[in-house]
Design a protein around this ligand. Structure first.
Ligand SMILES: Nc1ncnc2c1ncn2[C@@H]1O[C@H](COP(=O)(O)OP(=O)(O)O)[C@@H](O)[C@H]1O
Ligand SMILES: [Mg+2]
Length: 251
């Protein structure tokens, strides 16, 4: 398995006044190419904190994060921003689309950060939008005119327009109803099947079972992990396996 990301002795401490909260404590993980990696843990266990450190959105207090042969943990903010733009895509619980721009412009703006060929970006946007079932009639709509699920699918396209090696999701279906959740998870599963490496935080078992590797975070470290085959729909046995694993973790 090709290693994409390696984390050694990662610590993250927040200081609130004179109180120090040690959220991540000497955490070690490796993330592999092609995996749909899931991070689970109870609320407040530090899942988002870990995701932000892995993706260079925030700096660790201590520890080493290596991406390929780049050690990003020592990077300045500017260098980290460049690193993220080049290698990472992000989806969050909120879609953070710009409400004053059309669907297409939201995507184009992100593409233009990395390359200048408008036509090439536009063509790729069309191709990706069609993959997530957003038709031409929506290109000129504003995000406010879309359903929550459609908007989230547009934000996925925006996050992958520059072909990131790693796509990060922080509870990307957390604000969606169940049908939209399934649609978004289907899109992510499909992207993974086509080779997209994904790291997704979730507290929902239906989302977790889409992954082929589930990491469980407790007391600032990864206490265990479950490896699975790639997801296929309707696999009851998989659901049971994931449920048993989570119960064992005290979830
Ligand atoms: N920027 C911050 N400043 C201070 N405390 C923070 C900050 N971000 C997170 N925390 C604290 O770290 C802990 C873990 O938060 P978080 O990573 O958001 O958990 P999760 O995503 O698992 O719910 C929480 O107690 C939270 O209050
Ligand atoms: Mg969180």
């Amino acid at each position: 398995m090709d290693k994409l990301l390696e984390v050694k002795d990662l610590c993250k401490t927040f200081s609130n006044g004179n109180v120090q909260q040690h959220v991540l404590k000497n955490l070690n993980i490796e993330i592999y190419k092609g995996d749909f990696t899931i991070i689970m843990g109870s609320s407040g266990s530090g899942k988002s904190t870990l995701l932000y450190a892995l993706s260079g959105m925030d700096k660790p207090t201590l520890g080493k994060i290596t991406y390929g042969d780049e050690e990003i943990s020592g990077y300045s903010n500017d260098k980290l921003a460049l690193f993220r733009r080049k290698h990472c895509g992000f989806i969050f619980q909120q879609n953070y689309l710009n409400d004053t721009m059309s669907v297409m412009d939201n995507i184009m703006v992100n593409g233009l950060l990395v390359q200048k060929d408008r036509k090439a970006i536009y063509n790729k946007a069309c191709e990706l939008l069609s993959k997530v079932n957003i038709g031409e009639e929506s290109y000129n709509k504003y995000p406010g005119q879309l359903s929550g699920g459609e908007a989230q699918r547009v934000s996925i396209v925006r996050s992958i327009i520059n072909s990131p090696e790693l796509l990060f999701g922080d509870e990307p279906t957390g604000a969606l109803n169940s049908q939209n959740t399934v649609n978004v998870l289907d899109v992510m599963t499909e992207l993974n099947n086509q080779g997209q490496s994904i790291v997704m935080v979730t507290h929902d078992i239906k989302s977790a079972r889409r992954g082929n590797r589930i990491l469980y975070l407790r007391d600032g470290v990864i206490i265990d992990e479950l490896r699975l085959d790639k997801y296929v729909s309707g696999d009851r046995e998989r659901h049971v396996k994931v449920k048993e694993f989570l119960e064992k973790m005290g979830w």
